[in-house]
Design a protein around this ligand. Structure first.
Ligand code: SAH
Ligand code: SF4
Length: 362
């Protein structure tokens, strides 16, 4: 095997050039990369994979990101907002079935009705589970006051992907108005951290205009931002979005999955004790996507427990995996994938990022 490549795998500091080599690894090299990442993951995060019951509680969004199927400009989307009872019921299912945490995700809105509703839901979930169920939020950019209110009500993790860390590329993927400002997104990430959340971010891989140099810079960005958790995904095209016209310039689906797996593994070498999710978009590209990600350094799985009647309307991209599954099936599949990858499900546990716990203890 290539000794230059194995030298990179054993370096204690990875430069941008090294990361580009990891991201560009061929099939044979990437096997070595995945093995190394798995070793680092096992040593630093243990043998368990923690679960988050994903509740996509509303697809109403005030933003218009060029890649996303539920962007406000897409008039063909049937918009929904799950009721508080429906969300509470899904959270009860998560608690009863040992998922340990829920992740509440939605389009971005900052109107009072929305903000207050989310706040009531957080309190209700905390109350009905005697404080036992962990809550991750992913509802976009908000003011410091809103972030604080939700934190004080009981949400303790927040996921806000930077999407891409290069401001020039960010501009190409979003409208040029204030609502889609790169600096505002960066500031939001800092605010989350300041408020006290376990802070998660992440990027999309395989986008039009994106190079391996961008991707290496993304990994260094996540390291520098010192995030506690990461959710990365392959970009998947959606016919009712502006970016769809670039679909012929994309890597194949197989290549895109391979790319994102290498990103996961390289990130694990850079940040040995963070939480990294094996995401739905990976599963969409490959029936073994989640299992492969777990074997390449990921340690979190998010079965989708969104109420069945809404699931197919949270359509971020083409062919999204699991939209016809009910929640028992989603949970069963998640557990099967964890076992297939050689790990144990962390039933009933929050599974906080070890990086975060270490920081708190200092
Ligand atoms: N509105 C919030 C959270 C919901 S969107 C936000 O944007 O932060 C959740 C994630 O879906 C986004 O962060 C984005 O990375 C991902 N996403 C959107 N469109 C996608 C696509 N076409 N392919 C893959 N992932 C996509
Ligand atoms: Fe809205 Fe998030 Fe989609 Fe952007 S990625 S359009 S903010 S749901």
């Amino acid at each position: 095997m290539d000794s230059e490549f194995s030298n990179i795998l054993n370096k204690s500091e990875l430069t941008k050039e090294n990361l580009i080599k990891l991201i560009e690894a061929n099939e044979g090299e990437s096997e070595m990369l995945f093995e190394k990442a798995k070793e680092v993951r096992d040593l630093n995060t243990g043998k368990k994979v923690h679960l988050r019951g994903l509740i996509e509680f509303s697809n109403i969004c005030s933003k218009n990101c060029y890649y996303c199927g539920i962007r406000c400009g897409n008039k063909n989307v049937k918009r929904y907002e799950a009721t508080e009872d429906e969300i509470a019921e899904a959270a009860r299912y998560a608690h009863d079935s040992g998922l340990g945490s829920v992740a509440l995700q939605s389009g971005e809105r900052s109107d009072k009705d929305f903000v207050k509703k989310v706040d009531r839901i957080i309190r209700r979930i905390k109350q009905q589970s005697n404080g036992e169920l962990g809550i991750t939020l992913s509802a976009g950019e908000q003011s410091e006051d809103i972030y604080r209110m939700w934190f004080e009500s009981g949400a303790h993790r927040y996921l806000l992907r930077i999407e891409v860390s290069d401001p020039g590329l960010y501009k190409k993927l979003h409208p040029g108005d204030k609502r889609h400002d790169f600096n505002r997104r960066m500031e939001s990430l800092l605010l989350l951290r300041k408020t006290g959340y376990q802070t998660g971010s992440g990027v999309l891989a395989g986008l039009p205009f994106q190079t391996t140099s961008h991707l290496a810079a993304d990994l260094l960005f996540l390291k520098k931002a010192d995030v506690d958790m990461v959710g990365m995904g392959p970009y998947i095209e959606h016919p009712e979005t502006p970016l769809y016209s670039y679909k012929n310039t994309l890597l194949t689906r197989e290549e895109r999955l391979h790319l994102v797996l290498k990103m996961v593994a390289a990130l694990r070498l850079l940040m040995n004790n963070i939480n990294i999710a094996a995401t739905t978009a990976m599963q969409t590209l490959d029936p073994r996507g989640v299992e492969k990600a777990l074997k390449a350094g990921a340690n979190i799985v998010m079965p989708n427990i969104t109420p069945a009647k809404y699931k197919e309307n949270y359509f971020l991209y083409e062919g999204k995996s699991g939209t016809s599954q009910n929640r028992d099936e989603a949970k069963r599949k998640a557990v099967e994938r964890i076992l297939a990858a050689g790990y144990e499900p962390g039933y009933g546990e929050w599974g906080d990022s070890r990086k975060f716990l270490n920081r708190e203890q200092k």
